[in-house]
Design a protein around this ligand. Structure first.
Ligand code: Q46
Ligand code: ZN
Ligand code: ZN
Length: 333
């Protein structure tokens, strides 16, 4: 297999681009794709201070590295979720990346800073872990960005993520979420601007990018994600992509070009009437925001080990259905 550009030995084939690349040209391809996404969707302006949401996985570390390579001022933020060994290894990967390069990494630990962790929140609320986890992460990164004076939050959602979320939103006709699904969410009262610069790269590419760049990332998936609908949508799209390379890209980008605007009114309607949470000031529809309500409910509850939760989830059919509800259809993920 030869590099399409220089005819040297290729390290990866990209069927949807009908191309093979050597290590150097693959890195250049990844940088070009991210630069193109930033440019086309007007994600970042020169001089913006960017806060990167870092999990320690391939996507977030590749994103941080790519933004630095492209010359952006990017600091990281990581949240200790308390999901057993997975969280410890995730945080360790994020810290190692930052320390190895002398980068600023802002750290929050749910248990240490707010008195709960994700397995305990899931057990107390009797909802799937991703529900309290996603909400907590969104709330805390928004808060960190606003408090820290950052211009924008960047997250590592890649093409596979966005296409799978789109499929879930379409299958359930979640029109409000369809109206919010975009690579850029503009700043609004109490919300920072959010961007997804990896939308033109697939997860195979972000993994290969980390390998070629020598970035150590946590390979294990979150144990709480097992069996959720989002993963099934990814598998379904992968099966279609295998027979028709480029389908995922077309599905997502043609949605943005041809359909996304049609759903904006539903999304805008859902955002009307927000007021400041009386405890933390974040925008909310009620008196207390969802994060403050969660903390009130779960902080100081007896900690539930992740292993116990996983056993319980396996036996409990209802929680399986809720897993689908919480992870199958999403807007701003
Ligand atoms: S970390 Fe949290 Fe994810 Fe694990 S519990 Fe779900 S949302 S799957 S990106
Ligand atoms: Zn080459
Ligand atoms: Zn609040």
């Amino acid at each position: 297999m030869k590099c399409t550009v220089c005819r040297g030995p290729a390290v990866i084939d990209l069927r949807r681009h009908n191309a093979n690349f050597c290590a150097d040209h693959f890195l250049r391809f990844c940088r070009d794709q991210v630069a193109k996404a930033i440019d086309r969707h007007e994600m970042l302006a020169p001089g913006d201070r960017v806060l990167v949401a870092v999990s320690g996985g391939k996507d977030s570390l590749a994103l941080w590295d790519l933004l630095l390579e492209l010359g952006y001022d990017a600091e990281g933020m990581t949240i200790g979720l308390g999901i057993g060994d997975y969280s410890e290894a995730s945080t360790a990967a994020a810290v190692a990346f930052a320390e190895g390069r002398g980068l600023a990494l802002h750290r929050i630990d749910l248990r240490g800073d707010y008195g709960y962790d994700i397995p305990t929140a899931a057990a107390v609320t009797r909802r799937v872990p991703c529900s309290s986890c996603g909400m907590s992460k969104r709330h805390l990164i928004d808060k960190a960005a606003l408090d820290g004076g950052f211009d924008v939050v960047a997250t590592g959602h890649n093409l596979d993520d966005e296409a799978a979320v789109l499929l879930g939103n379409v299958l359930h006709w979640q029109t409000e979420y369809l109206g919010r699904q975009a690579p850029v969410l503009p700043a609004r009262d109490g919300f920072p601007r959010k961007v997804k610069p990896l939308v033109r790269l697939g997860e195979r590419e972000t993994a290969a990018y980390c390998v070629v760049r020598g970035i150590d990332y946590i390979v294990d998936e979150c144990p709480m994600a097992e069996g959720n609908r989002h993963l099934r949508y990814k598998e379904a799209l992968n099966a279609i992509e295998a027979g028709s390379p480029g389908t995922k890209h077309a599905f997502y980008f043609e949605f943005l070009d041809k359909a996304a605007d049609r759903f904006r009114p539903e999304a805008a309607e859902a955002q009307e009437g927000l007021q400041a949470c009386r405890s933390c000031g974040a925008p909310t529809t009620g008196e207390l925001c969802a994060f403050c309500r969660l903390v009130d409910r779960v902080a100081d509850a007896e900690p539930v080990p992740v292993e116990l939760l996983r056993k319980g989830a396996g036996r409990n059919g209802r929680s399986g259905r809720r897993a689908d509800a919480a992870t199958g259809a999403r807007g701003d993920t």
